[in-house]
Design a protein around this ligand. Sequence first.
Ligand SMILES: Cc1ncc(COP(=O)(O)O)c(C=O)c1O
Length: 387
Amino acid sequence: MALPCQRDAFLLSEEIHYLNCAYMSPLPAEVEEAGIQGILRKRQPTDIRASDFFSEQHEIRRRFAKLIGVSEPNRIAIIPSASYGAAVAAQNLPVKRGQNIVILHEQFPGNVYTWRKKASDVGAELRTVAPSSTSPKSSDWNERILDRMDKDTAIISVPHVHWTDGTLFDLKAISQRARELGTALVVDGTQSIGALPFDVAEIRPDVLIVAGYKWLLGPYSIGVAYFNSRFDEGVPLEETWIGRQGSQNFAGLVDYQELYHPGAIRYDVGESSNFILLPMLTAALSLLQEWTPHAIQAYCSQLTDKLVREVAEFGFSAEERSHRSGHLLGLTLPNNLCLESLKQELERRKIFLSVRGKSLRISPNVYNDREDIDALVEALAVAIKGR
Ligand SMILES: Cc1ncc(COP(=O)(O)O)c(C=O)c1O
């Protein structure tokens, strides 16, 4: 059965049309409540037991692992940001002088800076693959990516969908090519995981990084990352006490340990047992488990498909359906549209989305409905008439 609108699960103002989940999601009421309880808990430190430092982390690992089709929860690390996850990947993936790292045109800056630095530190080439035309992006972008990967490609870092306009990347084909070449595949799932199904067994990334405050519906400053067995003997960014074996025994912490906990736990950020953020992300993951990324994608797709259909006659265009996601859409503005009058119309109707140069980024989620899309269609119709 199709997922119905879930607006009642959120405390979003009735007054606004919020179409900007790619910026950040509103907090579901249950997630907010979990955060409030988390704050209140530290009134009585005695309410926080030693075992809580581990059990709440485990709950996040377990739920996120399930969401992405991973059977071992300890492959999941708790990170404060996507950039942190990328830094762990950069620190541990070998790249030699003369090799190359492949990234995409206008990729999110946190990825670009990470790989630019890594390439420059070791004398490797940073290869940025662009589509052959930029508006809308041509369907040959995926082919161009595969063409630019070669035997010297040490790492490829890509998202599942482009953060600016939802262009969909063929991760299966990229992954297959990466395996043929011995290239490490790093996926930034920040703009997709939660709203678009992702199966680690199918895509087989080496790393999957997700900031939690967008499509995971969680709070800011916490995220999750999957690291495969390639990282089992790696070096974390921080030497935390809790990342070492035996850390559950608080009385024995000065019996210093050489060994880390197995899997990806060593890559957890310091103080990863955050007693406010962890219960919030757990509550968010539990909602996603209930709603499912598959149903969320279908829900968002019917909204964005309707939008694209209805504004095509005014001259707005989008990437072909098979090459874009349903939850994040870039609409290219007709040349003769007055951006100022469009901005005024959006403001007047309290429609929130991202305006980027000559395109609009629209990113609905399960709290949106047809009325939000109708309001946007009307605003675009008025703006085009007033040009
Ligand atoms: C693709 C992508 N990755 C990562 C982030 C956030 O990065 P960080 O968590 O390092 O701030 C964003 C935020 O917009 C994003 O769009």
